[in-house]
Design a protein around this ligand. Structure first.
Ligand SMILES: [Zn+2]
Length: 62
């Protein structure tokens, strides 16, 4: 089990208990509800870019 962040509303959810999920650009995204998934699918880039910096983006070496 893993805790993931709903990219739309920012809620922390367990990936095994996510109400919805999708794969975008080869990466899985989990959502607290079908509503959040719909919102995400309307404009995925907006939500991906917003949260990637905060999660596990690799630290660029100088
Ligand atoms: Zn949500």
């Amino acid at each position: 089990m893993a805790t993931v962040t709903d990219p739309v509303c920012g809620m922390q959810i367990d990936s095994s208990q996510a109400a919805a999920q999708t794969v975008h650009d080869g990466k899985a995204y989990f959502f607290c509800s079908e509503e959040c998934r719909k919102i995400f699918l309307e404009n995925p880039e907006a939500y991906i870019n917003q949260h990637e910096d905060l999660q596990d983006a690799p630290i660029p070496l100088p």
